[in-house]
Design a binder for this molecule. Structure first.
Ligand code: GAL
Length: 641
């Protein structure tokens, strides 16, 4: 399906019928409505005005449009904030964040949780069985604008209770955190503060527990609404729209009981935020990085346990990145098809018509503010014509699994030990290497089912689960495991017997020391070139390293089918290394070049050209083309079986 985000509350009612008819004519069948409309739904405490929404939903039903209704809890109305200022979030500097934009609430606030339950119940009671409503979106972009963690009195109290539950006795907490260091011992749980306003860095174990606590508040918030929707709106799916490049809570845990995951895809905004060399950044400024959006499709399919959709698709320039260029002609179509090729059940564009007022007036829509069609509109029309050709193709398991872990990201952020160290970039480097070889990937949590994969990529897992080490050893599946894996216990300590902790069962080695470096090129003894090394570990092992750095430090260790990489690898080196491993495993893989990418969906293979130069799709002779042809124009795509 293709869909669109629509804000009837922002337009005169006379426009609605025409808008809905134009959507239908364009081939749109799903409309998201309502996620910021609290002040229009409940203009005064307890006075509900559902009439307008009912009229919109009735018109949608009549037009044959299906609706995903948003719960409006990302935008508590002014009267609510005035009555309960304690629901406002507090930032890391200890300042209360105010009314006048959005997401001005604290996940730890019981008062706000109750208010949300009240609002969601009223909404779901009234519209839970409306024929137009096929699904729900809970809230909007949890954590956006740095709101996953609040440093409020409510959070402090909640954190103390959470710690008491986790540790039982405060002496256990003191031991786990190592509080004999710097006289940090606490006499009781109620004396533990939040880790934000310390003189110098707070104890990393303190931070990690606070991140875990905050993540569980997001979970609790989502679950509360989910339970209401399940009860009052049976037979409808429930999702949440997650963000790109965002890791402040455990998305697997938050999505566990949802029917599917959704995410908001803004390829040009993200490309502008990626720390790429200037030349690379320019290269992708109008198409987005060829792997970054695909990475998120694979990630959110994993988060949604096999099911996902794109709830917001960039249709033209956005308003929020450091720079906001126009997509190149054809790119909106390219993005849409890339999502569908990854198994997205729907792609919804954000937004129908550009708003001439308020914060996002410089954000494009499918229509300009005056209602005339913008660039995205004509590309969506083309997508709608092409859609029937690929309908019915269903995703299969990919040959390669990549394990992505939110806690791993928190450990890197809390204790980077070098300014360049980023878990996200490390994971992305592994992903890019595989995708540049034309391999399809599934992204899974560290406890994901690895059965049936030929190769498992583990960019890093600082807190390495023993069960995973054992499962890898027992299955004998090929695994590439990156630096810092097994370097911490769950309590943020160095494991007894040194890193890699439990991973030593699979790879018998000991990491004696780790160093972070200014980015530098290195040549391994085999002659292999590393463009950029920022991290190295000194390993002691009975295993003879498969390669060494110039100064003799081991660079690659292998035990059976498992490899350990005790340094930060760059994507170019990883691509070569991975190609060698694929050759050993008999996995078909070949470099596609900088701008060409492929993806299989059932019996179909798609090829995408993210570049401004034409190129040829790697289709076999005799391939039957359902979309396009083997010669790809700039920003073009094709699909064959
Ligand atoms: C998303 C958000 C939308 C809109 C959009 C603009 O983060 O969910 O409401 O603000 O960005 O790109």
């Amino acid at each position: 399906m293709i869909g669109v985000c629509y804000y009837p509350e922002q337009w005169p009612e006379q426009l609605w019928p025409e808008d809905l008819a134009r959507m239908r004519a364009l081939g749109i069948s799903l409309v998201r409505i309502g996620e910021f409309a609290w002040s229009r739904l409940e203009p005064e405490p307890g006075r509900w005005d559902f009439g307008w929404l009912e009229r919109v939903l009735d018109q949608c039903a009549a037009a044959g449009l299906q609706v995903v209704l948003g719960t409006p809890t990302a935008t508590p109305p002014q009267w609510l904030v005035e009555a309960h200022p304690e629901i406002l979030p507090v930032d890391r500097a200890g300042r209360t964040r105010g009314f006048g934009s959005r997401r001005h609430y604290d996940f730890a606030s019981e008062v706000y949780l109750e208010e949300c339950a009240r609002a969601v119940s009223a909404l779901a009671e009234r519209f839970g069985q409306h024929p137009a409503v096929v699904g729900w979106q809970i809230d909007n972009e949890f954590g956006c604008h740095d709101t996953a963690r609040s440093y409020s009195p409510a959070a402090r109290e909640g954190f103390q209770a959470w710690l008491a539950e986790r540790y039982g006795e405060v002496s256990n907490l003191n031991r786990a955190w190592g509080n004999s260091f710097w006289s940090q011992e606490y006499p009781r749980f109620s004396s533990v503060g939040l880790p934000n306003l310390t003189v110098t860095e707070a104890n990393p174990a303190h931070w990690l527990d606070f991140y875990r606590y905050a993540s569980q508040q997001v979970e609790r918030f989502a679950r509360r609404q989910l339970a209401i929707l399940r009860r009052l709106s049976p037979g409808r799916w429930v999702t949440h729209n997650f963000m790109g490049m965002f890791t402040d809570f455990d998305h697997y845990a938050v999505a566990r009981d949802l029917d599917l995951a959704a995410w908001d895809s803004y390829p040009l905004g993200f490309a502008d935020l990626l720390p790429l060399p200037e030349e690379e950044r320019r290269r992708w400024e109008r198409s987005g990085h060829p792997d970054l959006v695909a990475f998120h499709h694979d990630l959110y399919r994993g988060v949604g346990q096999g099911r996902f959709l794109v709830m917001e698709q960039q249709p033209g320039p956005v308003n929020w990145a450091p720079h906001n260029p126009s997509p190149a002609p054809g790119v909106v179509r390219l993005w849409t098809m890339e999502a569908l090729a990854h198994g997205a059940e729907a792609v919804c564009y954000f937004r129908w018509r550009q708003a001439p007022f308020a914060q996002e007036q410089m954000h494009s829509g499918l229509l300009r503010p005056d209602g005339s069609p913008d660039q995205g509109f004509s590309e969506v029309a083309r997508v709608a014509r092409e859609l029937p050709a690929i309908r019915g193709a269903h995703r299969r398991r990919a040959p390669v699994a990549l394990l992505f872990d939110y806690q791993a990201d928190w450990v890197f952020r809390i204790q980077p030990q070098g300014v360049e160290q980023s878990y996200f970039e490390l994971a992305f480097a592994f992903y890019c290497a595989a995708r540049q070889l034309g391999l399809d990937l599934d992204i899974l949590p560290p406890d994901g089912d690895l059965h049936g994969y030929s190769l498992v990529l583990i960019p890093s897992l600082p807190v390495f689960p023993q069960a995973l080490a054992r499962a890898l050893a027992a299955s004998g599946v090929a695994a590439l495991i990156g630096p810092r894996s097994g370097s911490k216990t769950a309590e943020f300590q160095i494991p007894q017997g040194l890193p890699p902790g439990p991973l030593a069962e699979l790879l018998p080695l000991r990491v004696l020391r780790a160093e972070s470096l200014r980015p530098r090129a290195e040549v391994l003894r085999s002659g292999a070139q590393l463009a950029r090394v920022t991290w190295r570990e000194q390993v002691e092992s009975e295993l003879e390293p498969m390669d060494r750095f110039g100064d003799g430090w081991g660079a690659l260790y292998r035990a059976g089918a498992a490899w350990y990489l005790p340094f930060s690898p760059d994507p170019a080196w990883l691509t070569t290394f991975l190609a060698e491993r694929c050759a050993e495993l008999g996995l078909p893989a070949r470099p596609l070049g900088p701008a060409l990418r492929t993806r299989r969906l059932g019996q179909l293979t798609f090829a995408f050209n993210y570049g401004a130069e034409p190129c040829a799709a790697p289709a076999p002779a005799g391939a039957h083309f359902l979309i396009g042809e083997p010669e790809l124009g700039p920003y073009d795509l094709c699909a064959w079986e």
